[in-house]
Design a protein around this ligand. Sequence first.
Ligand SMILES: [Zn+2]
Length: 424
Amino acid sequence: MNLQQIEQQAAQTADEVAGLTSQLVQCNSAHPDGYTDKVVAVIKAYCDRHGIPNEVHANDPKKPNIVAKVKGTSDKTILWLGHIDVVPAGTPAFWTYPPYSGTIADGCVWGRGSSDMKGACASALVAARLLFQADEPPPYTVEFWFSSDEEIGGHEGATWLAKTGRLSGEVCLIGDGSGGGYALPSLDLGCKGALQVRLISKGHTAHGSTPFMGDNALRKLIDVVPAIERIGAFKLDYPAELAEVVQTSIAHFKASQDLTPAQAQAAERLYDYPSVACTMLNAGVKVNVVPDYAEAEFDIRLTPGSNPQAVAAQLQALLDETGVAGVELIATPDHTAGYYEAPDSPGAVALTETLRQVTGKEPLAKILTGGTDGISVRHYAGISSVGWGTSLTGMAHQPDERISIENLVLGVKVYTAFPYIYGG
Ligand SMILES: [Zn+2]
């Protein structure tokens, strides 16, 4: 198919892709359960209805993964990968429509997972149908993978699929994240990695009325938390070839949302320094008991290509400087934080060209601040991974999450065109 044919055919799929998104949203696959069996049943039914070959791969039967395979004219393979689990809906009162209603209104499909990322999954399924029914099959076989557990690290999903050798191909297009729609098209060359850190504080208990008889583990923890937060001033060392992408990533972050001056200033530091957030505290058994145990957790994000071991060593040094005894730091740095592809890698070049042709604009390259399944695909399956998603900017994990039907149709175009441009 040429671009004109793709544009024409995709333009007729608005009702289909919106309806499919709505159907997927109605299958609640929220964590902590994260059960995706109902979502997979919908995807399987769609594929079977159109005769598209598909396979279900499950380690946990409640958290299956499914792949739709469209045969190409060569034996080379392109992967597309998206996740079908979602984060919890949160407080129902914050939602205009019930979070699992999949309501279609005002040019959008509403509900938990619509933007992150059942909408992109629906776009991919419709793209699979167009490729499958095309008079001229794609030059590469295209496998569309729909995975579980992305929101909690990919255990039964992409990580398992990659580690068990089920994923193989030349390149993987990750459908997660916001590709900026028509207004601000952008592609992802990778994503930052997480260094999760835990502080464990131990002391001695005492009656709350005579605290000097004990050793308050919570008090000690509170004293050292600010020291750990100072990791935010530790300059990261990342490969020089990323310098330009770092600049465009910051520019994109600032251009794609309304920021206060303080937020804009913080965004300038997003890639040159670790981000750090103390996100969990756990201490105490009763108000009149001096706690003998307390723990805190931190979400620290690092630019790909930087050295997590150096960051972990600096964290230990910051803790040691406090002189507070009885607090232990647990940091398990991976060898690599996140991942990235060179801007001139074949996948990045083909995706840039696809977005240029479909949107008529020059897309910006960026590195995502959050993680995606691309990390597993890159590290465990060794497949070059680039990303472009249909999500509306800033919608992921929010109340009133929604996706525009315009973005869904754009997704159909991009996912259909990419295999022809990559293989052409
Ligand atoms: Zn996502």
